[in-house]
Design a protein around this ligand. Structure first.
Ligand code: NI
Ligand code: MN
Length: 231
């Protein structure tokens, strides 16, 4: 699997000949444009949305409306996306596992909120565990540290995890280290950080977090926009 960081909580996955996007936030993210990333530049077969907040769904209608694109989200977000002109939606909810052409996607718990941009209820927020080509990645969505993460470590041990670290609306980097231990993952990509002033972390706090992860035998990656990882 190839995972490319698109800025904020957005990632592109390329696996088994399929192109997936999770929570792309591009049009209103100046860093994405500076890195040469645009909605038009991204190939797409499947769109996954963790919850209904604008910084996760703003570009979703443009992607979901493309012919051939399948969009996966919780029931409420999926129905909203359908009303916005989505080509094909697959609604699911927590605990469900969908078999997909590349492998599978499991919806797991996140502790957050999920109101859609127009104020309609966006169901409950989630994370995803994607399994493909013998590997697993976990995108935690927007979430606090929570004890259900123990289940992920007990049963699904991801090879790489994308965890929010920007604090204020989600956990910060110190809680992300506890989360990394719970999910039994040594390779963490820190996301949902520095996009807006409330989730900006000081260089010092980031450096301390990177050192604390290293001390625990783990790696905290603070990716540049456009950076690609292979698992
Ligand atoms: Ni959110
Ligand atoms: Mn968010």
């Amino acid at each position: 699997m190839e995972i490319t960081f698109l800025g904020h909580a957005g990632v592109a996955l390329k696996t088994a000949g399929q192109h997936l996007l999770i929570d792309p936030f591009i049009t209103h993210h100046p860093g994405a444009q500076a890195a040469g990333i645009s909605v038009e530049s991204l190939e797409l077969d499947e769109l996954l949305l963790t919850h209904g907040h604008e910084d996760h769904v703003a570009d979703a209608p443009a992607f979901a409306g493309r012919p051939g694109v399948v969009s996966i989200a919780n029931y409420e977000v999926a129905m909203w996306l359908k009303s916005q002109g989505a080509h094909e939606v697959i609604p699911m909810n927590h605990g469900g596992v969908l078999q997909r052409p590349y492998g599978s996607v499991r919806m797991v718990n996140a502790v957050h909120s999920s109101t859609l941009p127009d104020g309609t209820p966006g169901g409950n927020p989630a994370g995803f565990i994607i399994e493909s080509e013998g590997k697993r990645i976990y995108h935690a969505g927007d979430t606090a540290l929570h004890l259900d993460m123990e289940l992920i470590g007990r049963h699904w041990k991801p090879d790489l995890a994308l965890l929010p670290i920007g604090d204020c609306f989600t956990m910060g980097p110190e809680d992300a280290l506890i989360a990394a231990a719970m999910i039994q993952c040594n390779r963490i990509v820190g996301i949902h950080v520095d996009t807006f002033p409330p989730i900006a972390l000081s260089d010092d706090r980031k450096a301390r977090a990177v050192a604390a992860f290293a001390e625990a035998g783990k790696t905290l990656i603070l990716p540049s926009i456009g950076e690609t990882f292979t698992v």
